[in-house]
Unconditional design. Structure first.
Length: 372
């Protein structure tokens, strides 16, 4: 199969996937501009897992992602109901489009539904960000990523650790290290983001004189004891904290009447460029987001991860990320005393992961482990 007749169906549904997919969509556009053949056709299927403007449309505009060919409008729901609706709707599209590949990203319900739909129809699957493991099966994301990996034909890994995780589960065929497409996204954002003065003025903060906090994972928002402990820590910290609030977190805070002190400045979800800007300008980041852990590392901003484990263990091993879980005293201690070591080691590729993703799909690698 050559690139003149490849049709790829890309499955998207959640904010982090829009950021990742934008890099590959740009690589496809560049590839097609450089070839005299028909090029690669990308059909974007948006499940609607994140469906409002602040969580979805703004990312398509900012990142210049082509408009979805299909918007399934699934919306929220329980894991089973949401995944089931996606599975039925994606299957209809795949039967109509008959793609050569289905491209999935990360570990959401959209990822799992896309993988299941394609596997049932015997359409080859390429999984970007394959091989990540938290080793915590109570996380829905862990179930999704394990299932997706075991269904995929191409496993596009960000690191050697991801490859070792797959080997431990008996997966060696079709595995390639391509790096992390989010590094590509960050490089792209660097030419677009507001400068520190601009972003600080917008949110009335001072450069390197505030903490940035994000809380959205179900393990924290659905567990009242964990959320109470995290909020208690934030309330006890004597620094300005900027908190872009996820809709799920906002609802839980209101439902449980958890009060935030005035030094915690709540803002709505922000676009990708503004998010990168406030990350780079922060003194420290407190988060339960996997993507933000990596961005903090790349931006050389100390990170405190509000989880008991992380898939991005290299950031911890290099000393730039500390795991505190939801322990209030551990969070406060880290904010007051944590500092990364001198020196810095680049992680997760050279910022050309999207290019390597396309090269690997183009070759249709289905053999042994390959480092492209």
């Amino acid at each position: 199969m050559n690139s003149s007749n490849i049709k790829i169906c890309t499955i998207l549904g959640a904010r982090p996937q829009f950021i990742k997919a934008a890099t590959v969509s740009r690589a496809i556009k560049n590839h097609n501009a450089e070839t005299s053949h028909e090029g690669i056709q990308e059909i974007i299927i948006h499940t609607g897992q994140h469906y409002d403007d602040e969580m979805s449309a703004v990312f398509f505009r900012e990142l210049e992602i082509p408009d979805p060919s299909y918007n399934l409008g699934i919306g929220s729901g329980t894991h089973g109901a949401q995944t089931g609706k996606m599975l039925a709707s994606i299957e209809e599209v795949l039967l109509r489009e008959k793609p050569d590949w289905v491209l999935i990203y990360g570990d959401t319900n959209s990822t799992l539904a896309g993988a299941l739909s394609a596997a049932k129809l015997q359409i080859p699957i390429a999984h970007v960000e394959a091989g990540l493991r938290s080793f915590n099966r109570s996380m829905p994301e862990e179930i999704n990523r394990v299932m997706a990996d075991h269904l995929s034909d191409l496993l596009l890994c960000p690191s050697h650790v991801a490859v070792y995780n797959l080997l431990a589960e008996g997966i060696s065929k079709g595995v390639a290290i391509v790096g992390d497409v989010m590094a590509d996204a960050l490089h792209y954002a660097a030419s677009k983001i507001r400068d520190a003065t601009d972003i600080c003025r917008k949110f009335q903060i001072q450069h390197k004189a505030y903490l940035l906090a994000t809380i959205h994972r179900a393990e924290n928002t659905d567990n009242i004891e964990r959320l109470q402990s995290i909020i208690s820590a934030l309330n006890s910290i004597d620094e300005t904290i900027l908190l872009p609030i996820h809709p799920r977190t906002k609802k839980v805070l209101l439902d449980m009447d958890l009060r935030l002190k005035p030094h915690i400045r709540i803002i709505g979800p922000v676009g990708y460029f503004d998010m990168v800007a406030v990350e780079s300008s922060a003194r420290m980041i407190l988060t339960d987001s996997g993507g933000i852990q990596k961005e903090a590392y790349w931006l050389k901003v100390p990170c405190v991860t509000l989880r008991d484990e992380t898939e991005w263990i290299e950031t911890v091993e290099k000393g730039w990320n500390r795991l505190t879980g939801a322990d209030s005293s551990a969070i406060i201690e880290a904010v007051n005393n944590f500092a990364p070591p001198p020196g810095y080691t680049p992680l997760y590729g050279d910022g050309k992961a999207a290019k390597y993703v396309l090269q690997t799909i183009n070759k249709g690698v289905v053999g042994k482990i390959e480092n492209v």
